[in-house]
Design a protein around this ligand. Structure first.
Ligand code: LMZ
Length: 192
């Protein structure tokens, strides 16, 4: 089994301020739980604050592109509307004005999102169609939103393959850890 290249050793100075989203499907729950935990482990080990990681779930991998797009868009809208409120409340034209409410600082958009799903081949072509649509959909969401979307979708031919890549079993490797490292690296690139 080929492992991802080691993450760059350079520390990521912005890690403590990064906001990371994780969207995960619920099919094949044992693998999903392990992959999410592996991603969280790598993110926090790199210095990302657990409070800055938002985790959401969807029924299956088919729903990942839509949910990922909505998670990114919601955070961007919330951040821009909060910033607008702040600006309108402290009008530069009227220095005496003060913020109307003690609103907290605008919530920031996500710096990267990890989309996690586990697809296992069955006896029909369902697996192929969902896998293809999901992977291409996630690529499009990342490009359209200009937010790094990390591909955390296992497309396994057998249960054993899925478990091996979820860190379950002898000599298994949890790919969730690689996805967490990739998220920090890509998110940091937009901060540098
Ligand atoms: O069928 N197998 C799988 C699956 N099917 C459900 C699909 O993603 C979707 O949720 C439903 O079709 C409803 O839209 N979803 C997975 O994540 N893994 C699978 O292995």
């Amino acid at each position: 089994q080929v492992h991802a290249p080691a993450a760059p050793t350079a520390p990521f100075p912005h890690a403590a301020s990064l906001r990371i989203g994780i969207v995960h499907a619920r099919w094949n729950g044992a693998c999903i739980d392990a992959l999410v935990e592996g991603s969280l482990k790598a993110l926090t080990a790199a210095g990302v604050q657990r409070d800055n990681i938002v985790v959401e779930s969807v029924p299956g991998s088919w729903e990942l592109p839509h949910a990922t797009a909505r998670m990114i868009a919601a955070a961007q809208t919330q951040a821009s509307s909060a910033a607008t409120d702040l600006m309108s409340a402290t009008s530069l034209l009227d220095p005496s004005s003060t913020p109307s409410s003690t609103s907290s600082a605008p919530s920031a958009p996500f710096d990267a999102v990890i989309s996690i799903g586990v697809l296992i081949k069955g006896s029909t072509m369902h697996f192929e169609y969902i896998s293809d649509a999901c992977v291409h959909g996630l690529m499009r969401v990342g490009l359209d939103s200009n937010t790094p979307v990390i591909l955390g979708v296992l497309t396994a031919l057998t249960q054993e393959q899925a478990e091996q890549r979820s860190g379950i079993g002898k000599d298994a490797h949890n790919h969730g850890e690689d996805w967490g490292s990739a998220a920090v690296e890509m998110a940091s690139k937009t901060k540098d």
